[in-house]
Ligand binder design. Structure first.
Ligand SMILES: Nc1nc2c(c(=O)[nH]1)N[C@H]1C(S)=C(S)[C@@H](COP(=O)(O)OP(=O)(O)OC[C@H]3O[C@@H](n4cnc5c(N)ncnc54)[C@H](O)[C@@H]3O)O[C@H]1N2
Ligand code: MOO
Length: 447
């Protein structure tokens, strides 16, 4: 271990300990460990060869762009949620497609009182008979308007007299409560531009506008390889073995980022199995967990070397997660190596997987979002920190239990705060990376 490694490990440990001292939930202590000052450091630690955090994200975007534009695919509406429109959504019909009643009541012709015709008009029925002047017909919301109707009288605004004639209890304006054909759009109008993310509402609009299928950008296919002999898939930890926390977490997270997850495989610490998996995978993105550091069974680097991969990012100036990596492993195919520590893996998801998948999936970048921190947040001397926070009264409140191996903080968080080297003072604005499912977020989609 070099002196620099020792210092970095010390800083990590110190930060985790400081944040884990007993205290009220959702509070961060303002007390810094002895070696970590709150003063921003512009300088880098000597010998640092890793990529600055913003640059790592830009490199991941660039890697995805280099993969080229993928041919659109046609999918049934039921399979389109979360995908991105490859063509503008153009109305295939007028909406409404016929003049229709906006209310339950009577279709009336001319001024009242009216003679009420026998037999009402219901939604989905054939075109009703023309109304004569002074005539009314009971009508349901969504039913076709009889020709020569001048207004709809709501059921609560009409009464019939002893002679069966209908009187209005309110003034009746010409055309009232008639939704006329084409009010929302005309056949051929552009409803949504190319590149729109398909939300549940977009599915509804597409169906209303006559679509059975839509043309979308194909979802990038992602395969997850979980490395580590120490991992259990069930039961309690025992004898130095621990539960795999990433296998249950990553597939749905990757889907939320726009990927189709084709496989989740557990390979242990077997270098040949990893080699074979990388050699034979056809996924656009392979995500590995663990094995990124330089330990005796950390096989990711040697295996990338063995398959002739090009390392685009080899370590990032971010805590946690600094050993994360990005490599090109084939024509338009990439690998993101997430560190094994679970919060470090989350950091890798935000730093490398999110930008890469966002560009591959054709999604728009999230709007930059910043809030003041409620209290001081310690910084790393040289690296960016990603710290789980909750938003309370327009302040980002740092959470405890934010050590690299911990998920307890982020499980309660709505965002990760991007804390610059040197830290953030109380009230200082910090960028927030929203969790895809956070209530304040706009990107909730797990399919
Ligand atoms: N000499 C050094 N050692 C380490 C450094 C370093 O700079 N020099 N960095 C440390 C940091 S920071 C991290 S992060 C880890 C990254 O290690 P790896 O990516 O090689 O991950 P592993 O060694 O396989 O595992 C680390 C840790 O995480 C646990 N783990 C792994 N997979 C899972 C999983 N699916 N679910 C839950 N926990 C998992 C594993 O048991 C280890 O405890 O390296 C440090 N070392
Ligand atoms: O700090 Mo490591 O980067 O534990 O994630």
């Amino acid at each position: 271990m070099t002196a620099q490694d020792a210092e970095e490990l010390y800083v990590e440990e110190a930060l985790a300990l400081v944040n884990n001292r007993p205290g009220p939930a959702f509070s961060a202590t303002a007390q810094a460990p002895a070696s970590v000052s709150g003063t921003p450091h512009a300088a880098e630690a000597p010998g640092h060869r890793t990529t600055p955090w913003p640059e790592a994200r830009a490199l991941a975007e660039r890697a995805a762009r280099s993969a080229g534009r993928r041919a659109p695919v046609t999918v049934a509406l039921g399979d389109a949620l979360g995908a991105v429109l490859a063509e503008p959504l153009t109305a295939l019909t007028d909406l409404p497609s016929f003049d229709t009643s906006a209310m339950d009541g009577w279709a009336v012709a001319g001024p009242g009182p009216w003679t009420v015709r026998d037999g009402g008009v219901l939604a989905g029925h054939a075109e009703p008979d023309r109304l004569g002047d002074g005539e009314a017909a009971p009508i349901a919301t969504g039913a076709r308007i009889p020709p020569d109707t001048t207004a709809i009288l709501r059921s609560e605004h009409g009464r019939t007299d002893a002679g069966g004639r209908l009187h209005a209890t309110r003034e009746v304006n010409h055309g009232q409560d008639i939704r006329s054909r084409g009010q929302e759009c005309r056949d051929g109008d552009q409803l949504l531009p190319l590149g729109t993310r398909i939300t549940p509402v977009v599915l509804g609009l597409a169906a209303a506008a006559g679509y059975d299928t839509v043309s979308v950008l194909p979802r990038p296919r992602a395969e997850v390889l979980i490395l580590g002999d120490e991992l259990l898939t069930e039961g309690l930890p025992h004898d130095g073995l621990i539960r795999d926390a990433l296998g249950p977490m990553l597939p749905s997270w990757l889907r939320a980022l726009g990927a189709e997850v084709t496989a989740v495989r557990r390979l242990g610490d077997d270098a040949d199995a990893l080699h074979e998996a990388l050699r034979t995978s056809s996924a656009d993105l392979v995500v590995t967990t663990g094995g990124t550091a330089a330990g005796p069974v950390d096989h990711v680097h040697p295996t990338l070397d063995r398959i002739g991969a090009e390392l685009l990012v080899d370590g990032v100036k971010v805590r946690p997660g600094h050993p994360m990596l990005l490599a090109r492993i084939g024509e338009s195919r990439h690998l993101v190596g997430l560190p094994g520590n679970p919060l470090a893996a989350v950091s890798g998801l935000f730093t490398l997987a999110e930008p890469l998948l966002r560009i591959l999936a054709g999604r728009a970048a999230p709007e930059p979002y910043a809030l003041p921190v409620r209290e001081a947040v310690h910084g790393h001397p040289y690296d960016t920190r990603l710290v789980p926070v909750v938003v309370r009264a327009d302040r980002a409140v740092p959470l405890r239990y934010n050590g690299p191996a911990m998920l307890r903080g982020i499980a309660a968080a709505s965002a990760l705060a991007v804390v610059p080297p040197g830290g953030a003072r109380p009230g200082e604005n910090v960028e927030l990376l929203q969790l895809p499912w956070s209530t304040a977020g706009i990107q909730v989609c797990f399919t």
